[in-house]
Design a protein around this ligand. Structure first.
Ligand SMILES: [Zn+2]
Length: 397
């Protein structure tokens, strides 16, 4: 096993990271290793695994065996409790200058038990100019043992000054074929089911796996796709909006509960194993504080996962109307929801493509509203009311 095993269809990036790991070991003992550098920018679309790659690279730099995935160091990095690896996500919409300053101060510290002090920074596109220039100073004069792993959706989302200090690794969306092969190879999922789930998830790996393995996830997806043809009276929009929000919350719980339990277990194991030689009381106190941090991170993870679930509902509905549009335009492209063809054809015949486009527009508008913290039930309700009557959507929006 190796820490990079969970990356799918990113062979070239994994090769580069492994090469850098080998050279990092040389640099650490004063030899030359050109494949290693102090600042990396990892970009890739959602679901491509950019933070998975960053965490795996962090573990491979820290692990005495170059990322075995099994030793205490690898497990602690994965659990987010390794003293030499920091994993930073923005608190709120953007990175704050104060928080960035204290991050830079910590970044200059020497590692405690490994050759490198690794800092993984997610969503580098959320640095505004003031916080970015603070970060830039540390990138320009990196402390000798510090490695920055910056993650962003695309290069264009990152300030050119930051970009130019980093070596760039680009992840691509893996092909549907690569994803469904991986689902079969790693999880023993039946090939036909794997192919269907990959198409239904429109290439999002985590979602495809959940659809292929969890009947209740498939059922909830089906309920979402029943909505467009089930809005006979306006009052049903409110009921359906409530159902969407309840179902997204149930999906979010199904995802985070096992992760929370694993993290909790990892921390207990980590402190249990580190107990020798130290006072038991000290270890207990450190463990309590680690569990408290974990609780904070668990809350912010649940918020992120829930917002992913709303996105997923919107993605499923966009896919549905994309299928309607394909029929309306007379194209013979494969439908995302091939199994719903009769229903989709009926809707295609009883509405115009202009209406379909308006419905797709209002889905996009709903996503913006959710990002702007509009109450989710209200946001979905107003979307469904527009689904019923697309004329309600003003042409200016
Ligand atoms: Zn290891």
């Amino acid at each position: 096993m190796n820490v990079f095993d969970s990356l799918i269809g990113q062979e070239h990036a994994v090769e580069e990271m492994k090469h850098a790991t080998t050279d990092a070991a040389k640099v650490a003992i004063g030899e030359r290793g050109d494949a290693m550098t102090h600042a990396w920018l990892i970009t890739g679309p959602p679901g491509s695994g950019r933070s998975t790659l960053a965490i795996a690279f962090a573990a491979s730099l820290i692990c005495p065996s170059g990322g075995c995935g099994e030793c205490v160091d690898c497990r602690n990095v994965a659990a987010g409790v390794h003293p030499d690896v920091e994993h930073i996500v923005p608190e709120g919409i953007n990175y704050k200058v104060e928080a960035t300053r204290s991050l830079i101060e910590r970044a200059s510290l020497l590692p405690t038990r490994s050759p490198w002090h690794v800092i993984v920074v997610e969503d580098v596109d959320r640095f505004r100019i003031d916080a970015a220039s603070t970060l830039l100073k540390s990138l320009e004069e990196p402390p000798p043992a510090t490695v920055w792993l910056l993650c962003a959706p695309t290069v264009d989302d990152v300030f050119p000054t930051i970009r130019s200090r980093c070596r760039h690794v680009a992840l691509t969306s893996p092909t549907f074929a690569a994803i469904s092969q991986q689902l079969t190879a790693r999880f023993g999922i039946d090939p036909a089911m794997a192919a269907w789930a990959t198409r239904a998830a429109q290439g999002h790996i985590g979602r495809a796996r959940a659809l292929a393995t969890d009947e209740s996830v498939r059922l909830r997806r089906k309920q979402i796709l029943d909505i467009p043809t089930n809005l006979r009276v306006v009052s049903s929009c409110f009921d359906q909006a409530n159902k969407i929000v309840a179902s997204a919350n149930a999906d979010a719980d199904a995802i985070v509960t096992p992760l929370d339990q694993e993290d909790d277990q990892d921390i207990r194991t980590a402190f249990g194993e580190g107990a020798e030689g130290k006072g038991l009381k000290t270890v207990e106190r450190q463990m309590k504080s680690a569990l408290k941090d974990l609780d904070d991170r668990a809350k912010s993870r649940r918020r992120r996962v829930l917002s992913d679930q709303y996105d997923r509902v919107l993605l499923d509905l966009t896919g549905f109307y994309r299928d309607v549009l394909i029929i309306q335009s007379g194209s013979d492209l494969v439908l995302i929801n091939e199994e719903l063809r009769p229903k989709i054809e009926k809707l295609a015949q009883t509405s115009s493509s202009a209406e379909t486009l308006k419905r797709i527009d209002v889905i996009r508008e709903t996503r913006d509203n959710l990002l702007a913290n509009v109450n989710p039930v209200s946001a979905f309700e107003s979307m469904l009311v527009t689904f019923r009557n697309p004329q309600l959507l003003s042409s200016g929006s």
